[in-house]
Ligand binder design. Sequence first.
Ligand code: PMT
Length: 403
Amino acid sequence: MLAGKTVVVGVTGGIAAYKAVEVVSRLRQQGAEVYVIMTRSAARLVAPITFRTLSNNPVVTELFEEPKNWNVEHIALAERADLFLIVPATANIIGKVANGIADDFLSTTIMATVAPVLFAPAMNFHMYENPIFQINKRRLEGLGYHFLEPEYGRLASGAVGRGRLPEPEAIVAEAMRFLLPAGTAAWKGRRVLVTAGPTREYFDPVRFISNPSSGKMGYEVAEAARRRGAEVRLVSGPTSLPAPTGVSVFATETAQEMYERVMENLNWAEVVVKAAAVADYRPVHFSPEKVKKTEGNLVVELERTPDILQEVGRQKGGRLLVGFAAETGEPLEKARLKLERKNLDLIVANDVTQPGVGFGAETNQVKILFRDGRIVELPLLSKREVAERILDAVQGLWEPGDK
Ligand code: PMT
């Protein structure tokens, strides 16, 4: 079930490190590619060769060690992971990550990844209840890191309390929740139209008005829908992103072209997600020759472009329509107005003045607004994770048994 998925398993120096052996073995049995990173103390509890044999990959323990036959450096590994699973996670690694300390291979790689990170803590119950640990844990949860709660039971010290690592099968089941998109059955065969990227509005052959959209957010939505089994068409403005596998891409440049491609595909679509950053204005006049530089100012008169989303809202029929709102400053009120005015089912609001949010970033922090007034506020997440959460929200709007 996990063929094509890459899991980086971080093993830290808790006595439960031996259970990570079984976790790695089970992940491999499911077809996942597994890389193991051990802290120095973990390597004193379980021999790295055990993990090397089971994962069929070299095991890293030191930040500056000679890579031997390993061609994956920590940044590449961080980028390649679909999931980071830290098992067992000691108070030490959780404290380090919560406080931005990156002083070994594992903590550095966790810092460098935008994949979901799942900690499976295991420790003495007094340590687990320690307010410092709890503050660190809550801090990480607030930042979008995930935790598998330890179990109550007999601990290595002989004491009984909360702090025991769950059994390997429970850990793998939790990991699968991140690796296998939810709702695969609900999306199979659904027809999803996505827009992504900027538009360019030219006033001569080499000059245009545009914005810094990279297309990443919309491409992640398209890929997420595809992973769930939907048929996906992507109307894209100019980006440097490769076409997602299995998705039909319609390349466009201007708002007018994007409008035309969206309208041509509208009858086909059941769900429309509009993540594109469409220019609201375009030059009234286009000079077929490059405009000559002169001493004085150049005044370019602008006119409105077609509002694609508004038009789709007008012709919505039974489709589900998701818009985005890129706002500067508190986005809720403006997003709610767009939701109403453009006849949307959902709007995804991002405050693009925040670091790591919106244009060009690898991550995004959004609020999803529903027509009935509900708001889902998400922490800063990778755009891939945001895309999954948007699809979860769409899925929640389908009646049970619908399709
Ligand atoms: O591409 P990335 O680098 O990953 O960045 C992601 C993003 C910031 C572009 C994305 O998260 C986002 O916010 N997209 C919408 C940007 C935008 O144009 O917002 P807006 O508030 O101006 O427009 C509201 C909605 O109307 C959007 O769904 C937009 O696609 C649509 N619109 C706007 C103008 C227009 N003429 N036609 C439209 O359809």
